[in-house]
Every structure is written in C-alpha cells, then in structure tokens.
Design a protein. Structure first.
Length: 150
C-alpha cells in the first residue's frame, strides 16, 4: 500500500514541478551499510534498505523519511535528503535513545526501529513514549505516507 501512497505523493510533487528522489543503487547500498556500521555500530534492517532502493528519503507535508547521507551518494538527489547517519548522531546525544535506529520524523512523532526487540514504532516526540507498533517497516512507512496525505 505504501507504494500507492508514494505514487500519490509523486504525482502531487510533479504538479508543482518537483521530483521525488529515486532509489539507491546496489553500490550505494553497500557503501551506506558500511558507513552506518562504522559511524553508529548498527546493522541496518534489510526492510529499510529495500525501501531505500525505491526512494532515497523524502520530505513531504511535514513528514521525513531519512535516506542515505548525501556525501555517500554517487549522484545528486532530486530533493534534499535528511541523512540517517547525521540525524541519528543528533538523537544519540540522549543515551536512552540509542536503543533505536531513527528512520524518520514528523513534527509530533519519531519513526524508529527498536534494536533490541526488532520492531518498528511511532514514538511521541519529544517524550519518546511508544505510540503505535508496526509489524514491519512497510507498515510504518504506509502510516507515515497516509498521514502526510491528509
């Protein structure tokens, strides 16, 4: 379902002469995996990488999906990318937040992968209290896109 919502966003952006980001290449994925491991000490969930192969981050209507940090890309992106590594370094200034890999945000939520439980959550921003739990990354992304299209 998230791909259908992404297509709605793509068409909306196109009406205004803007283009959303393409997915990452396998070479960029490999570089990103190594950089995340080196910088954050984390192995990326394959589900998230699968999404990045379709769209490398997006900022739409107040919702942000983090992508590959721009210096790691082979080609320039269509839109600015909020890099996963840089954003997580900011969130990791608070020790308790290191249990999560932050994948995105909105003005009232963080979208995260819990490194211990291997589950995806929407957390309240700024309290960090767990809101909705998702079965997988695609379900979480679908919720983000659904909310952004309202």
């Amino acid at each position: 379902m998230w791909k259908e919502r992404l297509e709605e966003i793509r068409q909306e952006e196109k009406r205004y002469g803007s283009h959303i980001n393409c997915g990452i290449s396998e070479e960029e994925a490999g570089t990103f995996i190594k950089a995340v491991k080196h910088e954050l000490g984390i192995a990326l969930p394959e589900e998230y990488l699968k999404i990045l192969r379709t769209i490398n981050g997006i900022e739409y209507n107040g919702f942000i999906l983090y992508g590959v940090d721009e210096p790691l890309l082979n080609e320039a992106s269509n839109q600015h990318i909020n890099g996963l590594i840089d954003c997580n370094k900011v969130w990791y200034e608070n020790e308790w937040q290191k249990q999560f890999l932050f994948l995105g945000e909105s003005s009232i939520s963080w979208y995260v992968y819990d490194l211990k439980t291997k589950k995806y959550y929407e957390l309240d921003n700024p309290s960090g209290e767990a809101g909705e739990e998702f079965n997988d990354c695609e379900s979480m992304l679908d919720k983000m896109f659904e909310d952004s299209l309202r």
